[in-house]
Design a protein around this ligand. Sequence first.
Ligand code: DC
Length: 220
Amino acid sequence: MRGNIAIDGPAGAGKSTVARLLAARLGYLYIDTGAMYRALTWKALRQGIKLHDNERLVKLAQETAIRLEDRGARGIAVYCDGEEVTAAIRQTNVSRHVSLVASVPEVRQRLVKLQREMATSNRVVMDGRDIGTWVLPGAPYKFFLTASLEERARRRHRELLDAGQPVELKKIKEEIRRRDALDSGREVAPLKPAPDAIIINTDQMTATEVVARLLTLIDP
Ligand code: DC
């Protein structure tokens, strides 16, 4: 029997592309949990909130409406209090600060609650850092995608170039390295594979190949 699918892994491992394709293929809802942390970070930055002010961030999380709209093969649209922020949340400034916002336990609590609600009313492919370990520990399918730092940086670089945001590859590499360290080292729900997750190194694989591999594991 099929059920929810959890996909975790470090930045740039190909999670979102793979999760989106897999969800479209299975007719499941795709939930990009990173986009939710990004949307909140975007709002905090816009309001000039100090990102070390945890109390303020928690209040912000409580009063912010974040909505994801699955547009199938076209990906998801992200709304923050009704305003579309799909492109804005991918900007470097948000990427640079999101780990800080995501490290606040009560902020996570609020977003995890929303994520779990979405997964009870729909069959989902959910990607993030703590989906298999914390958000959906009972998911029957858990995958942890990894790739070398070099390859992940190259992929992000290409994505940003395609989005018209030229950034030096070296800078992206540093940024990813820093973010991985913060996401893996935090106390609450750190990035790590669930004990029962299948770990897949995607260095030599295209997204389509990864999806094909996952499909064989989901429905042998
Ligand atoms: O997947 P992403 O790069 O868009 O995620 C942005 C950040 O959000 C990432 O650095 C860590 C955080 N995050 C998290 O802590 N937990 C999740 N489930 C998803 C993302």
